[in-house]
Design a binder for this molecule. Sequence first.
Ligand code: GLY
Length: 356
Amino acid sequence: MKQALIFTSDPAKALDEALAAEENRHPGSLFILTDENSARCCLPLLKESRAAADAKIITIGAGDSNKNIRSLEEVWTTLTGGGATRGSVMVNLGGGMVTDLGGFAAATFKRGIRFINIPTTLLSAVDAAVGGKTGINFCGLKNEIGSFREAETVIISAAFYSTLPYGELLSGYGEVLKHALIDSPEAVAEALKINLQEVCLTQLEGILQRSVRVKQRIVAEDPFEHGIRRALNLGHTAAHAFEALAMERRRPLAHGIAVAHGLVTDLVMSHLRLGFPSDTLHQVASFVRDNYPAPEFTCKEYGALTDFMRHDKKNRSADAINFTLLSAPGEIKIDCLATDTEISAALDITRDLLGC
Ligand code: GLY
């Protein structure tokens, strides 16, 4: 079944409409999972929903450190204590942490109940909430335990994103750039037109819809990531290494900011190996340099960065490092193996282009 995407300015009405089809739903069978921040800032936007009025609210601690087995147990316990049945529906209202954990709780409770995602950050709207990856962190490893299970419906409302702090907008937009590059030259041109300092909501809504549909199309082709879904890894081999280095220095880097930097590295490599057009590379790099903080690494860290890349869970070979590259926007080449020397050259050019 294809995941339904609803783009709306009225998430409460969209939720009622999504649930209206469920004639057998009895009062009390709806659970809303949220975190402390989303409960305060986003739950009020659902107060006009008739369905939400009789829902049981489950609030867990905010932040990735709470995406763990204890929060999961808390959710399962509340579902059991609240009399949830196989006919119950869970609504996950929050960022990627809530949609990942809530999706996994729903996927495993009584062997699976239906769930609806309402992402409240741009990053979760363009990435985590769509495509069925659910899970929790375990033993210090990110998303170590999880499943593929798609939300029945994803309700995406720019009403949540208009008040996002600038850093969160930047982070979400890193994934938007990635989808545009995977899609087409036209999508890249459209994505680069935005003024992130003064976002026009109508323009953002249009870009967001296009971006989410790119992900939906790729996931529909390869839901379990055996092949083309790895296109969504564009920028991420380098990005995960930048995040790991930042974490080691105890100065965490927002995921989508690392992705924006990682995209530049991957486009440099795409240019060197596959002839990706240099004018598009320079346009993307200028956009990242003008809008994002500069990456914080020097040539002294190249060894550490390539080690992080080698040990990334998505890397399949001990001898070389796996990248998704492009010969042009929309022309995807998965499973490209690169040597440490090639990666160091790409990191040198990334630093030149991004002014660090
Ligand atoms: N975040 C990449 C994917 O969903 O495959």
